[in-house]
Design a protein around this ligand. Structure first.
Ligand code: VNL
Length: 387
């Protein structure tokens, strides 16, 4: 026999369970996997701040559902990224996996997206081949070939004839070196030496000594976000800025997040990239003001990748009334919108981002350093995919 009291307890439990189920159905979860600790923690901090700002400005509902973001730290260990992606899909039943601070992490998670048919939004990593690792990947960051071909074009048009190149020795560095060197040589330029530093704990002194000895017109550099300040310090310590060797780079090096720290040595450095905090649009001014109010740091290109990644997810949820899987993925393809960086298009065929690439120069305005845009290359597709 069960007592009346026990009956009531069972009823109450059933009611709670029903509420719980209803809630689960009304919620769409996004698993955000980022390097929140370790060498690339600044990227995790920036992407997460971009995601949070999107939600603060646009609410926590999309497609009639409540959006819940679950942040996981992979500390840039690809095996951890993969395990976290698996757990988020299987245990938390997320509708989207997103984030991915470095290329090896994105590559490690790609098979999980394919097997589980879960859309995967790459907000940071930038090796061209990433979008080919799974048909479920959509990218809102950029590609190294977009930036590297653009700065190679600028270099030849501006009297630079002999260069050394220096890249971080992994996926995006391979892309940066290959696409810069191929275009620069095609344009008649000469590459004296191609140098590389390891992704983990790089020491720039030995390679900078070689550059000093080579005396090129310019040094072309790609390093991942977070390594620029240390590089610039050593560049100045070795006296390369005074030796008449011009520094040209992808915008990862003169990262808005670290530019203040670099100081005067960065003045005049010319880079190509898709986002500058100084991008002179109304939308960007509002974005930067809101970001700086919510955080004690500047947004950089990683923050914009996170912000626009959430935009792509919200747009797709709204268009499909909260669908998941392939339907949600299809609604991510072909989106066009105005981003704080400028006009953006998610190519439906490649699922990669098409965007303007700007040539910028570091200048001081008041007591602040900025990447000031002075040339625009319109609607640049990833040259890594134009075969
Ligand atoms: C990557 C590319 C990472 C560009 C970056 O910073 C970056 C990557 C962490 O694909 O691993 O600036």
């Amino acid at each position: 026999m069960i007592t009346r009291r026990q009956q009531l307890t069972v009823l109450a439990a059933a009611a709670l369970l029903a509420v719980g189920t209803a809630r689960a159905e009304d919620t769409v979860k996004i698993g955000l996997i980022l390097p929140m600790t370790g060498q690339q923690a600044s990227t995790g901090r920036e992407v997460e701040a971009g995601v949070k700002l999107w939600m603060a400005r646009h609410g926590d509902k999309a497609g009639g559902k409540k959006v819940e973001v679950i942040v996981k730290d992979d500390a840039t260990v690809p095996a951890t990224t993969r395990r976290l992606a698996q757990e988020l899909v299987v245990n938390d039943k997320v509708a989207v996996i997103a984030g991915f601070g470095i290329t090896p992490s994105a590559m490690a998670a790609a098979p999980i997206a394919t097997q589980s048919k879960t859309p995967m939004v790459v907000m940071a990593a930038a090796t061209s081949a990433i979008t080919e690792a799974s048909p479920f990947i959509v990218r809102t960051s950029f590609t190294l070939p977009q930036a590297s071909v653009s700065i190679a074009e600028w270099a030849t048009k501006n009297g630079i004839k002999r260069v050394d190149t220096l890249v971080s020795d992994y996926g995006p560095g391979n892309d940066a070196e290959k696409f810069f060197v191929d275009r620069f040589k095609l344009n008649g330029g000469k590459v004296i030496e191609s140098l590389r530093t390891p992704l983990r704990s790089p020491d720039f002194a030995p390679v900078l000594q070689k550059v000093r000895d080579d005396k090129p017109d310019a040094l072309f550099v790609f390093l991942p976000s977070g390594q620029g300040a240390q590089f610039m310090k050593q560049f100045a310590e070795r006296g390369l800025d005074k030796a008449g060797i011009k520094l040209i780079a992808t915008g990862d090096v003169t990262d808005d997040d670290q530019l203040q720290e670099m100081g005067p040595v960065a003045l005049g450095v010319v880079t190509a990239h898709h986002y500058s905090v100084a991008h002179p649009s109304e939308q960007n001014k509002k974005f930067v003001a809101a970001f700086e109010k919510a955080n004690k740091f500047r947004p950089n290109f990683m923050a914009v990748g996170g912000y626009d990644g959430m935009r792509v997810i919200y747009n797709a949820l709204n268009a499909t009334h909260g669908a998941t899987g392939e339907k949600l993925l299809d609604a991510m393809k072909g989106q066009t919108f105005e981003s704080p960086r400028g006009p953006v298009f998610i190519d439906a065929q490649t699922r990669d981002i098409v965007q303007d690439i700007y040539i910028r120069k570091v200048e001081k305005q008041g007591d602040q350093y900025y990447n000031v845009e002075f040339e625009t290359l319109k609607s640049v597709k990833d040259p890594g995919k134009v075969k």
